[in-house]
Write a protein that binds this ligand. Sequence first.
Ligand code: NDP
Length: 397
Amino acid sequence: MFKEETAPHRLTVLGSTGSIGVNTLDVIRHLGGRDRFEIMALTGNGNITLLAEQARATGARMAVTADESQYVALKDALDGTGTVVAAGRSGLIEAATMNAEWVMAAIVGTAGLAPTLAAAARGATIALANKECLVSAGELFVQAVQKGGGRLIPVDSEHSAIFQCLEKDQRPSLERIILTASGGPFRTHSREQMAEVTVQAARTHPNWSMGLKISVGSASMFNKALEMIEAKHLFDVGPEQIEVIVHPQSIIHSMVGYSDGSVIAQLGVPDMRTAIGYALTFPARPQLPVDRLDFARIARLDFEAPDETRFPALRLARTALQRGGVQGAAMNAAEETAFDAFVDERIGFLDMADIAETVMEEMIAFGGATSINDVFEADAEARRRAVDAIARKEKAA
Ligand code: NDP
C-alpha cells in the first residue's frame, strides 16, 4: 500500500492538459492532492483555459504554455495567483528544471524530448508516457537518465505491464516480451476499406479514451510500432524477443515469457490511472477508484496474429530495430508529419505508412546518432523529406 513517506512529494506534469496529463492530476487528487503533494510545474500548449484552471486548482508554482502567442492570455488568467507564467521552448525547459522529484513526461510527440531530457539531467524520476523520447533518442535517452542519476518508470499501459511482470532476479531466464494490441477500430477492415477511412473514424478507439495522435496511431498500429522500439530500449531486449499479439478486449495489457514456458501477464480494465498511479507510488501500489475486473462478465479473452500487410507499421518498426542508427527517429518524425497531413485531410490513412517507409529508405545511409543534437538533426531531416513525400502524394492524387 502507498505510504506518504515513500512517495515523491514535489511533482511536475509536462503535458498536463492532455489525456495523460488530466488523468495524472486526477490520480494526484485521489492520493491527497495539495495536502500531500506540491505541484512544481504544469505545461500545456493551446488549451490555456484548462491549464489555468489546473494551475489554480493545484496551486502550481509555475504554468507554461509551449505556444508563445498564448503567454499574455495565460498570464492574465493566472493574475493574482502567485503562479509564475512562462512560454515557449525555454519555458518548457524551465518547467522541467524546477526541482520536482517526479516528472510526468506526457507531452505528445518529439516536442517532449528536450524538456524530458532537462528533467532527466537533474536526476528526477521520469514517469514516461512520451514514448517518442525513446523511439527517437533510444540509448542516448536511457544514458541521459542514467547519467542524471534518476530513473525511468514506464507509463504506457503495455510497458507498465511488462515492468510489473518482469522479475529482477529472473532476467537471465527472460525469453520474450509480448505486447498486446487491441487492433483498433479497423481490426477487421480490408486495405481497400482502410484507404477510405476518415479522421473521425480513425480517432474512435474501441476500448481506450486517449489523445488524438495516439488514437489514430492505434488505428494504424503505428502506436504499437513505436511501442516495440520503446520496449527495446526500456527493457534492453533484442528485436527477436519482442512479439505483438492482437487482443481485442484490452484486458491483458502485456506479458512476459520465461525459459520454462511460463508466461506472466498483467491484467486490468483499460484505465490509464492504474499505470500512472503505479509510476507515482512505485514500488507500492496506490488505492485507486478504477473499475475492478469482473471475469464472469468478460467471459472470454481473444487473441489473433497481427496482419503486417494491412498494418505495415509493425513491419517498419522491425526494420527500424534491425537497421538501428537514426531509423527510429526517421520513422517517428516522418509519421508525425504524415499524421498532421492526414488530420488535415491532405493524404489518406494508408499514405502515412507509405511516407514513413519512403523516408526510412531515403535515410538508410545515415549513421547512428552520437549526441542528442544528431537526433534533432535526423528528426528535422526526416520531417523535410516527409513534407516532400506528402507533396508528391498530393500531386499524384
Ligand atoms: P494529448 O494530445 O491528449 O496531450 C498532449 C499534451 O501535449 C497536451 O498537454 C498538449 O497541450 C501538449 N502539447 C501538444 N503539442 C505540444 C508542443 N508542441 N509542445 C509542448 N506541448 C505540446 O496526448 P496524450 O495525453 O494522449 O499523449 C501524451 C503522450 O503519452 C504521447 O506520447 C502518447 O503516445 C503517450 N501515451 C498516451 C496514452 C493515453 O492513454 N492517452 C497512453 C500511453 C502513452 P494542449 O492540450 O494544451 O494543446
